[in-house]
Design a protein around this ligand. Structure first.
Ligand code: UDP
Ligand code: MG
Length: 332
């Protein structure tokens, strides 16, 4: 691996924020000294993802004090994955670090990320060392999801890695070339490859405010991940159908044989009911799976912009607006 040198290099932090007024000041107070200490120059790109609280005014006030804070203001809430995409599209640094603003991604870890980047790694991802604070159900479902994902898909996603990581600009350029509307970022991060390494850290509790990730949202997030990275759930039905048809054929042979040899024996009602119900259930499952993919194809072909930006603070009026979004009005 070729060693790199951090001197003269710029680091971009990409931080999506949705109703985070309670934590933002603390976030900047902890992050800015870390960045001052470990890189020559930096930018912090905050995406205001349609917050309904004082997130934007706080960001603007912070920007007045530190012009290296840049703001992308969405027209509504587009979700964390899309907000991250917007930040990655806009980041200009040599190293790019997506992180949450609730201080669950401790800023201090960035110094270690930069060390590993200097050693020559293109992606340094954070690994949650200890998940004992998560509920048993959350740990269990998360483990089940990672093992399912890694079995079904061709890319390997390290379990316990989140979005918190450092990526070389080359990696981010590769990410920008992925055109899909369905942004399962963790999967995309794994898909691009490059030389990756993990760094363990203890993940603290959210300092204030509350998480918006409830189980239903997580379930849909998991569905997005699996369908975006594996065709197996939809392809497996031809095999299930084949096996069921073969079994039915064999069973029919048995019945014919038994009738010819021993005459009519049992009434068929119970087995018939089981087969009809079972077959019906399987068919619905198959159609539902098909639907999951078709609805995602529908999302893709509509070719809507991924997000709409009301204003951007920190860029020239004519800055390149990128491929993924349209700008509604501009400010700087
Ligand atoms: N977030 C966002 N848009 C959303 C939901 C969350 O930009 O619709 C941001 C949020 O402000 C935070 C990060 O995504 O910076 C992680 O959110 P949260 O802490 O709620 O998730 P958790 O840590 O519980 O997974
Ligand atoms: Mg959080």
């Amino acid at each position: 691996m070729i060693r790199r040198d951090r001197s003269g290099k710029c680091l971009s932090v990409v931080a999506p924020a949705y109703n985070e007024a309670a934590v933002l000041d603390l976030f900047f107070e902890q992050l800015e000294p870390v960045l001052d200490a470990c890189v020559t120059t930096y930018e912090i790109i905050c995406i205001n993802d349609g917050s309904r609280d004082a997130t934007l005014p706080i960001l603007l006030a912070r920007r007045r004090r530190n012009p290296r804070i840049k703001i992308i203001d969405f027209t509504r809430n587009f979700g964390k994955e899309v907000a991250l995409t917007a930040g990655l599209d806009a980041a200009e640094g040599d190293m790019i670090v997506p992180m949450d603003v609730d201080l669950q991604d401790p800023p201090g870890v960035i110094a270690e990320f930069v060390d590993r980047w200097e050693e020559g790694y293109d992606v340094v991802y954070g690994l949650r060392a200890d998940r004992s604070r998560d509920s048993l159900l959350k740990r269990w479902t998360s483990r089940a999801f990672y093992s399912l994902f890694n079995t079904l898909s061709t890319v390997e996603m390290p379990s316990d890695a989140g979005d918190f990581r450092l990526m070389d600009r080359e990696v981010v350029q590769a990410l920008r070339r992925l055109p899909e509307r369905s942004r399962f970022m963790k999967g995309l991060f794994a898909w691009v490859g490059f030389r990756q390494v993990g760094v363990s850290y203890a993940r603290p509790e959210r300092v204030a405010g509350k998480t918006t990730w409830r189980y239903w949202k997580l379930w849909n997030f998991a569905l997005d991940g699996v369908t975006a990275f594996s065709g197996l759930p939809i392809r497996v039905w031809s095999y299930i159908g084949g096996v069921a048809a073969a079994a039915a054929f064999l069973w029919a042979l048995v019945i014919v044989f038994r009738t010819l040899m021993f005459g009519r024996d049992q009434a068929g009602y119970p087995s018939l009911a089981v087969f009809i119900l079972g077959g019906f259930g399987l068919q619905m499952l198959a159609i539902g799976t098909l639907g999951e993919y078709v609805s995602r194809i529908y999302q893709e072909v509509k070719q809507r912009p991924l997000y709409l930006v009301r204003s951007r603070f920190g860029w020239d009026q004519d800055a390149d607006v990128g491929r993924n979004y349209s700008i509604v009005s501009k400010a700087s």
